[in-house]
Design a protein around this ligand. Sequence first.
Ligand SMILES: [Zn+2]
Length: 416
Amino acid sequence: MRPFFLFARRFFIPCGALVSSTLAASFSNVNEQKHHSILKSIGRTFSDKSMGGKEASMSPPPFDYDPFDSLRKNNFSDEEFKRCFRYFDSQKQGSWTREDFRRFLNALFSNKKRPYCILSDLIEQYFCETDFNQDQKIDFDEFFSAWKKTIKCAVKPVSALVIVDVQNDFISGSLALHSCPANHQGEEVVPVINQVIREVNFDVVAYTYDWHPLNHISFYENRHLRKSLPESPISADKANILDTVVFVGSSGVNGGVEQVLWPAHCIQKTPGADLHRDLIRVDNAIHVYKGTNPEIDSYSAFWDNQKLSKTSLDDQLKERFVTDVYVVGLATDVCVASTAMHAVENNYRTVLIEDACRGVNEKEIEVKRTKLNESGCIFVDSNVVPGMVSGEDRRPEVARGMFVENLKAIGHYNPH
Ligand SMILES: [Zn+2]
């Protein structure tokens, strides 16, 4: 899957960033420096005809009518899908030309009726993937099979906010982020997350907790309790805080267990394991406790680090028909990144809200950011989240994974 996303990501170009500061702001998923380098690379892209630069320099015009509104209002009935199909059928021949298909993509992938730019190569790729019988036009059945799930998800996503480990020990306690190499202030995520909770109507909110027993493998103070393997980069008795040790695995674990040593933190039922006092508690939320097995750490809120046992999070999200997972909290390069990666692996459209996260190590944050991006997770600032959750801001890069999964499920995916 990864090479595919690498390939696909090249084709989503925020046209507006070139022509409109308003739309540029909607791509605030990059910091200023990255933003400039992206703009530069877009400049290169536009001058390259092989990337479809010619037409990409013209931003598709905004449209007045959103043909997907009535699909949403009528709960995606088959009749509404037919009406939607007819809307783009300019020749009234019961099929779409390439131009009809392009108009469909522009309307679907838009932000408040302003289309995102999708380069012609990708439009062609989508067209070929949708045109099952290869007759160079899209009939209703092809449209319906290929796009039903993706449209539904883009227009009416079911969104969960997963708040990772906003616990006292990571903010002011034994593993406070301000003492870690990046010198981040963990507390800064609290007002941002609270604002997101107040402003955005999430279908589901989940809180995760690092929740360790006293004899947990990740504690520096416990390094003498277990034997390290000869191939460990450093033996347990010589290790310092933040060193990685390979311990002899306990029963059920094949081989050694690689473990970063952290100061003892988030011990079950201690004040350090409580959520920050100012963090808003949402009623009927999901609460996930991880890292409870003394022998295996668990950065992700879905699986432990050895992927031997899963928490209830995935089942609880699936029970609630969640399609989109927004990840926030602490720490960006550890538990937030692992949770986001597993959300992608579990086929959720995954979004990391960057200004609602703080991390341990800047270099590692960059490494994780690249890996997550390649896997299909996108990074945004909290100010764009209301539009995305409401289905008004429909981004092509988050829809791609679901489209491909759908094609695979119906047996029509053929990577070229
Ligand atoms: Zn921990």
